[in-house]
Ligand binder design. Structure first.
Ligand code: SF4
Length: 481
């Protein structure tokens, strides 16, 4: 995918938890592989299908639900609409029946332990690699996929033939807005007289849809995020996976809401907004919003990658903070918040990485915090330069953050880490509002470069392998490797 074909909506994919790189990406890869077999008229000739999960997909794949995602992809289930309540039953059925119905049209034998293979070694291109092979009566057909973060996938045959793109329609797009650096955004905003990053985005996205459609689509993304917060804040119990992690967001919110009446998500948000909150409660609210999303994520719930699933709580929590507590809240800014955030996310994807297996947690929580910081600054009335300063500040204070999920699950430290990323984003926004951008000593392009250099230098133990940090201090191995 070339830089100019990236839309802000590529940074926000509606999917299923717990991981964009380990769940959504492999799921999309299986859909792509079998979709191609259907295109070639081969699916009903498949006698056996086999997947090899390499590197980080092996080491933290079980905890991240990679095996489940692979099977859901084989079933032809679409991550943005599949009924998340039925995933467990579907997987149980595959395991018990020792069979799988490929795309719901071709049933073959499938033995979980034999058809999904875990291999700890890394393939050269990317640590999140998988090879899928379909066997026929005569011969076989296989493809190597790489899950490169945020649900994005690349595959070997396309990499060796660069003219073939993940999204062929996008490949042909010629845009008048070629953006690879933050300084490009500044240049366009100044030369085109755009007041904000979201103004720039609305115009850049005209290559795909009208401004109204862009604003509507962003609004529909917020609706999914808002539902996720609401569900998380109204669910209790222990998260799956064996770590015995208790959900906390509901307990926090129950205390904060006390006897307040509401009947649905919108009346809940309105009730929060109209309530008088002591200063310290705002922190609890923001934390609860972030925890709620990532508790849903850990429970295989519906979440929006922002820009990843592990970091899916930061942006909704900060936007909910704006909606709930900001004195200058305007409803029309909800869409603009997400457009601004998405554009900042694109800069990180282009110039560094949004994959924890490549860059540690700075690539997930750090990037989401930077996205949220810029967006909040814009909504609070900051200039586009101040919004970029806010993104820089937020990332500057996440540099070097490692990825060390205990038991390979996206729970410890991931869930709390989202609340920390959200609080840092809010603080970065207020700092940026008090900053004269021309006095800033570090700009966003420089901090992105620093993040990428740090990512390359970081020991592999701290890149989503569960081989370092907290993961080995609290060794609860769930990996097959
Ligand atoms: S530690 Fe950070 S990067 Fe790693 S899985 Fe958790 S949220 Fe994602």
């Amino acid at each position: 995918m070339n830089n100019d074909s990236l839309s802000v909506f590529d940074m926000f994919k509606v999917g299923v938890g717990p991981s964009s790189s380990h769940t959504l990406g492999p799921w999309n890869a299986m859909l792509h592989f079998l979709g191609n077999r259907i295109g070639k008229g081969q699916i009903s000739n498949i006698r056996k299908i086999e997947v090899e999960l390499y590197g980080s997909l092996c080491k933290t794949g079980i905890g991240h639900g990679t095996d489940i995602a692979v099977m859901m992809g084989f079933l032809g289930e679409l991550p943005h609409i599949t009924d998340t309540e039925l995933i467990g039953a579907k997987i149980q059925h595959i395991k018990a029946s020792k069979s799988i119905n490929l795309f719901g049209i071709h049933k073959i034998g499938f033995i979980y332990k034999e058809n999904i293979l875990f291999k700890p070694e890394n393939l050269p291109y990317h640590p999140n690699a998988l090879i899928v092979t379909a066997y026929f009566d005569l011969g076989s057909d296989s493809e190597t996929y790489y899950s490169v973060g945020g649900g994005f996938i690349e595959w070997e045959s396309a990499i060796s033939a660069p003219s073939i793109n993940q999204d062929d329609n996008m490949a042909a797009v010629i845009t008048q807005y070629s953006v690879s650096k933050a300084k490009d955004i500044i240049r366009y905003c100044e030369s085109m007289d755009y007041a904000s990053i979201s103004d720039f985005v609305i115009n850049r996205e005209k290559q795909w849809r009208t401004p109204e459609a862009t604003l509507d689509r962003a609004r529909s993304i917020w609706d999914v995020m808002k539902d996720c917060i609401f569900k998380g804040c109204h669910s209790e119990g222990i998260l799956p996976g064996g770590l015995d992690v208790h959900r906390r967001s509901k307990k926090i919110v129950d205390k904060l809401m006390q006897e307040t009446d509401y009947s649905d998500v919108d009346s809940w948000v309105k009730a929060i907004r109209t309530k008088v909150h002591p200063h310290q409660d705002i922190f609890k609210w923001v934390s609860a919003f972030a925890l709620a999303v990532n508790e849903q994520n850990a429970a295989f719930g519906r979440v929006v990658t922002a820009p990843t699933n592990g970091a899916a709580g930061v942006i909704p929590a900060v936007l909910m903070y704006y909606v709930s507590f900001s004195e200058n809240y305007k409803e029309e800014n909800i869409s603009r918040f997400l457009l601004c955030a998405g554009q900042v996310g694109i800069l990180f994807k282009i110039n560094a990485t949004i994959s924890a297996a490549m860059g540690g947690c700075q690539a997930e929580i750090g990037v989401s915090s930077a996205m949220a910081a810029a967006a909040l600054t814009e909504c609070l009335g900051g200039t586009f330069r101040q919004a970029l300063v806010a993104a820089e500040i937020a990332m500057e204070h996440h540099l070097g953050m490692t990825c060390d999920p205990v038991g390979g699950l996206v729970q410890i430290p991931c869930i709390e880490r989202n609340s920390m990323g959200a609080i840092k984003a809010i603080n970065a926004a207020y700092l940026a509002m008090e900053t004269e951008p021309s006095n800033a000593k570090v700009d966003l392009d420089e901090v992105i470069l620093a993040m990428w250099e740090t990512a390359k230098d970081m020991n592999n133990k701290y890149k989503e392998t569960a081989e370092g940090g907290l993961a080995v201090q609290i060794p609860i191995g769930l990996s097959e490797c």
